[in-house]
Design a protein around this ligand. Sequence first.
Ligand code: DGY
Length: 339
Amino acid sequence: MSHGPSPAPDAAPGSEPARPVVCTTRPLPGGPFAGPFARLAQEVDLRPGLEALAEAEGLVCFPGDPVDAALMARAPRLRAIATVSVGYDHIELPAAAARGIVVTHTPGVLTAATAELTFALMLAAARHLLAGDRLVREGGFRGFDPELLLGLELEGACLGVVGAGRIGSAVAERALAFGMRVLYHSRRPRPALEARGCARAPSLAALLEQADVVSLHVPLTAETYHLIGARELALMRPHAILVNTARGPVVDEAALVEALARGRPAAAALDVYEREPALSPGLAALPNAVLLPHLGSATARTRRRMAELAVAGLLDALAGRPPDHAVPLPDAPSAHPSS
Ligand code: DGY
């Protein structure tokens, strides 16, 4: 029995059934993606790019590539969209729901990679890694200096985790191993975290007031857009660090630039931006900002697993099987999954 996608409905009687056309929002990346996409190409008529969109029944997309109603309108036969990401804020879900288009994503496989990068950012900001690196390269290192680049020690510091889904919980667990105290803010209690000694903050404001490091792990939704604005930044402790590996628009970036310029919070470490890849004016010039180019899931192992999951999801959806990781569409009863 074939496990491949169901053939295009207009295959001529008696002829080899046409394989469904699948487009992609960008040229296919190689490296860890090559194997999974080669498997996809065996099952479907893979046409990288959007030129064949009018014929496409499937679409593979990536974060930052908008898949909106206008794009879907150019694809009258579209039945399935697979994003190679856990986040799906770049896809206009109501438009997909209205057309009955199945949307799949890749949760779980990038949890460790993203949690690790969160710690890389946290340590970079807390221990002035970039300033130290610059100093050495520029010839400013004059030997051990007892007062040079004194930073924040994570052991004993309080980490505030905003959004305690998969990635937030993985960050909390790693923080415990560093000897940090962990507060979390989440819509619902997380007994597994509390059993390990993490405490649920009574409110976001309470978390911001207490944490030495605030790390964001909420998906981007209408509710989380600008969750951290001028008012919230002003609540943070003067020496605190804001880390964002979630989505840029969760933070009001202009307000963050102003706050960092005043030195409160003391620093920010960002992997994502409000209008990615553009930066808000002034951000790149701030010495107390660590800036990375959306690397959260960027390990070869994780990117391969993301591609495998996306391919499996797309093939399931095209074959009419329920995919393991379907995104709940707006009119579906289930809640938004945690990232
Ligand atoms: C995601 O998967 O949503 C990340 O932002 C990119 O890996």
